[in-house]
Design a protein around this ligand. Structure first.
Ligand code: HEM
Length: 426
């Protein structure tokens, strides 16, 4: 904590106070991990009075909640904890929703329940098979190299500006068929849009996110029309073909899927590589181990996902009476799964507070909770892994002496955890 007190030394905090510290204070957002442990020490779950939600920290309990189909995603897009905003922020969210309804915007799969979720997801998942993702690997490596050239030539040597932010947007743009000249515009819109995922976003940020969303809608409406007239082998053409063949995906749904891929896949992967480099700089022995043993690249990325997950929180809303971890849940009640806490569950991981890249070299190690579980399990998990591994491999090849110089600045966010700047030296 900023006064130098370790939150673990103040066991008098109640569960609500701990959650408030995590969500509502700079200390909690910068380093939520000691608070997660404090919450875990209070019991298996916590019913919080702030958000009227049952909060889980355990790996098995989070998985059980996320796999229980009597819990839904919360159609209003409000499934996490976005009741933290003030009245102006809530009004801005309502305004954003109203405009979306006015434009006939479809709900993306992230916020849908079966059967709509199943239909949308099965059409899109054809483009995300492990084989297709592996086929992208050399292209990701090439794009990484181009970013590293820019990083090397830059004055600021900022990882986020020159590699972590541009690369994931470029990869999704490439898959969708966005012309390269438009990638910078898309990057800018995506950054503005994802801010609205944060529970504590203010009215100004939410309205800016809404405006960026509208601009992105205009852009992709236009691109879809172009691909309809002249199909290519990109994902947008594929979705149009699927729609025309089965009349399964509406035009509005194609638009929703397109925007979701950017919203779900860009900043998360950006944060994966930012968080990775910060952890390796904090643990130089692990960086040296990776340089000595490049075969540990895949387990190393899993360990970054576990130790400092780019997505910290997920949630559901109860659709039918059910129970999770033996607790009876009522219809309408919220469930919050603290993924970052589940990843440090001592029942599942030995020495969970230790960053150790060999951990996942053991095939018996329990999978990370960073990509959630159940029907909404991250569609882009394999793509994120390929991108993370290729970016880290590129950095290791080009800059074996890599370290973070000075203090990286962390984003004031918690749902999506990551850094704004990571200045490097080599
Ligand atoms: C390290 C990077 C990533 C992390 C940590 C991550 C995490 C997650 C999580 C936790 C969910 C589940 C949300 C829920 O349960 O409500 C999710 C869903 C999703 N992710 Fe990712 N993601 C990452 C990268 C990507 C990438 C690269 C893409 C695609 C380009 C992607 C596309 C999606 C989609 C489409 C969904 C919705 C799936 C559904 O609702 O069925 N993600 N992701």
């Amino acid at each position: 904590m900023s006064d130098g007190t370790d939150p673990l030394d103040t066991p008098t905090m109640t569960g609500d106070e701990i959650l408030l510290a995590i969500f509502g204070t700079g200390d909690g957002r910068n380093d939520p991990y000691p608070y997660y442990e404090q919450l875990r020490s209070l019991g298996r779950y916590h019913v919080d009075g702030l958000m009227n939600s049952v909060v889980f920290t355990g790996h098995a309990d989070c998985r059980e909640a996320l796999r229980n189909n009597k819990l839904g995603s919360g159609r209003d897009g409000d499934q996490t904890v976005n009741r933290m905003g003030d009245e102006a922020a809530l009004a801005a969210r309502a305004e954003m929703q109203r405009r979306g309804v006015e434009r006939g915007r479809a709900t993306s799969m992230l916020f849908l329940d079966p059967p709509d979720h199943t239909r949308q997801r099965s059409l899109v998942s054809r483009a995300f098979t492990p084989r297709r993702m592996e086929a992208l690997r050399p292209i990701v490596a090439e794009l990484t190299d181009a970013c590293l050239d820019e990083l090397e030539a830059s004055d600021d040597r900022d990882l986020m500006t020159h590699l972590a932010t541009p690369l994931p947007v470029s990869v999704i743009s490439l898959m969708l068929g966005v012309p390269q000249a438009d990638w910078p515009t898309i990057r800018h819109l995506v950054s503005a849009m994802v801010v609205s995922l944060e529970p504590a976003a203010n009215a100004e940020q939410i309205l800016a996110a809404g405006a960026a969303g509208e601009e992105a809608t205009d852009y992709f409406t236009d691109l879809i029309a172009k691909r309809r007239a002249e199909p290519t082998d990109d994902l947008i053409s594929g979705l149009i073909a699927a729609r025309d063949a089965d009349d399964e995906l509406s035009e509005a749904e194609i638009l929703a899927v397109t925007q979701l891929l950017f919203a779900a896949g860009a900043e998360t992967t950006t944060n994966l590589i930012g968080n990775a480099v910060v952890q390796f700089s904090n643990h130089p022995d692990q960086w040296q181990l990776l340089l000595d043993r490049p075969d540990l690249m895949a387990p190393a990325i899993e360990e970054v996902l576990r130790y400092d997950s780019p997505v910290q929180i997920d949630g559901r809303q109860v659709l039918e009476p059910t129970s999770v971890a033996g607790i009876d849940l009522e219809v309408g009640q919220r469930v919050t799964t603290l993924l970052g806490a589940a990843n440090r569950d001592p029942d599942v991981y030995d020495d969970p507070q230790v960053f150790r890249i060999e951990r996942f070299a053991d095939p018996g190690t329990e999978a990370v909770m960073s990509f959630a579980s159940g029907i909404h399990y991250c569609l882009g998990a394999n793509l994120a892994r390929v991108e993370g591994q290729e970016m880290l491999a590129g950095l290791a090849r080009r800059f074996p002496e890599l370290r973070v110089e000075g203090e990286p600045t962390i984003m004031p966010r918690l749902v999506l955890r990551g850094y704004e700047t990571v200045p490097l030296a080599w």
